[in-house]
Write a protein that binds this ligand. Structure first.
Ligand code: ATP
Ligand code: MG
Length: 411
């Protein structure tokens, strides 16, 4: 393939519980969205519930996905924005207050940086670190809801920031795996926030919306309001747990249970005949019939649990049944037939499936809810490269830099 300036190439790498996915985007000047020129996917081993449990196995899964993306794109991949996942992730909203620095009281970029530092000066338990910081809104001398205070005049500047933290050991083992696969980490983004980036419109975020990314081992939730992130979390349960439940309930192995799930299970049965007998060819023996009710009872219990936990997250954010933009479902679990109806019923909100759209290139492959997060990571990689170091990102960048230094110390 013809040589391309690497400056126009952006890479997202999502190491999920069931698949590693690497997306290569090529950005041409004057075009809003990059063209997808490479996609690499490999089954994951070595991950559980979004956390690395075996570095060596994870490295070989990452290498397989990156190799495929390199083959397809003709690009040598040595850097990426990566996704962070797992139940260890927590988020909180914090406030910072400072006195404006300049004698003439004009607010500068330097003030934004200082006030953000004040907001992140929080007591974190040992073994926990800040992953991402988002300034949500500023208050200047009591005037609330200021989006960009630079150039305004004031004495007292306050910020409300959304802070995402993660457990250091989990982050370290992910970083080590990615580093050992030969990839430099250019940024770390919480998986549901990456998915949101790929599927939400500005208008939905203004209205109030939540992304629910139902993966194999985790379910990520990100809530937006007035254009900004309000809350984010990762629950340690996903669509893979339905497979495990089926394996136990039907006394079979996980591979067969997965096939049965994909072929027969629906998230919402509607008016289906629950006594209908379904023949499970995957099971041995003559007596391999189950009723639809038996299947649905197993899968339904887990789906209900997932949506109940999601609803608790919405409640914590004060948004239970209060999101005019509804919920957008992503992740492989969003492909289960009838999932929108179940989400509507259990969350009391409008629901839709979110797929990355509006791209050119290898679009058939990525037009899939399971590709929302990896495509969003590629977009993050692009926006970080394009945006000048805005103060809103300053701390994130400091964290990245510190990690860069730390990485050099790794074996
Ligand atoms: N058509 C489908 N119907 C039902 N479930 C599906 C379908 N396709 C994929 N899944 C499920 O989606 C899950 C994988 O989703 P995804 O690829 O988003 O996970 P992941 O990113 O690897 O994991 P995680 O985000 O939890 O770390 C698997 O449990 C798989 O069975
Ligand atoms: Mg995922």
């Amino acid at each position: 393939m013809a040589a391309k300036s690497t400056e126009e190439i952006y890479i997202g790498l999502d190491v999920g519980s069931t698949k590693v996915c690497c997306i290569v985007g090529l950005h041409e000047e004057g075009v809003a969205y990059p063209s997808i020129i490479g996609v690499g996917v490999a089954p994951t081993s070595g991950m559980r519930k979004g956390v690395v449990v075996d570095v060596e196995e994870t490295v070989s899964s990452i290498t397989a996905a990156v190799d495929e993306a390199e083959r397809i794109s003709g690009i040598a991949i040595d850097r990426a924005t990566i996704g962070v996942d797992g139940g260890h992730v927590q988020s909180l909203n914090s406030k910072g207050v400072i006195a404006v620095g300049r004698a003439d009281q004009e607010i500068t970029v330097d003030d934004l940086q200082r006030v953000e530092e004040a907001a992140t000066a929080i007591q974190l338990p040992p073994n926990r670190e800040i992953l991402q910081v988002f300034p949500r809104s500023y208050t200047v001398d009591g005037q609330t809801n200021v989006k960009d205070p630079v150039g305004m005049n004031g004495v007292r500047l306050e910020v409300e920031a959304h802070i995402v933290t993660g457990a250091t050991p989990a982050i370290k083992s992910l970083e080590r795996s990615i580093y050992q696969a030969g990839i430099e980490i250019q940024g770390q983004v919480l998986v549901p926030l990456a998915a949101a980036r790929a599927v939400l419109t500005k208008r939905q975020k203004e209205l109030g919306v939540a992304v629910i990314d139902i993966g194999g081992g985790t379910t990520g939730v990100a809530v937006y309001e007035e254009g900004d992130i309000l809350s984010s979390s990762v629950l340690p349960v996903g669509a893979g747990h339905i497979t495990n439940d089926l394996a136990i309930g039907l006394k079979t192995d996980v591979d067969r249970a997965e096939k049965i799930k994909l072929k027969h299970v629906r998230a919402h049965v509607g008016k289906a005949n629950m006594s209908e007998k379904i023949r499970l060819e995957e099971l041995d023996g003559d007596d391999n019939f189950v009723t639809r009710r038996e299947l649905q009872d197993i899968a339904g219990a887990r789906l209900e649990e997932i949506f109940q936990l999601v609803r608790q997250e919405l409640k914590k954010a004060g948004k239970d049944q209060l999101l005019p933009g509804g919920v957008v479902l992503t992740g492989g679990g969003a492909k289960m037939p009838g999932i929108e109806d179940l989400a509507k019923e259990l969350l009391g909100l409008p629901a839709a499936i979110g797929k990355p759209e509006g791209f050119t290139g290898i679009v058939d492959r990525i037009s899939d809810p399971a590709f929302a997060a990896p495509v969003g990571l590629m977009l993050e990689n692009m926006s970080r490269a394009h945006s000048a170091p805005v103060p809103g990102r300053a701390i994130g960048q400091t964290v990245d830099r510190i990690k860069g230094i730390f990485k050099n110390l790794l074996p």
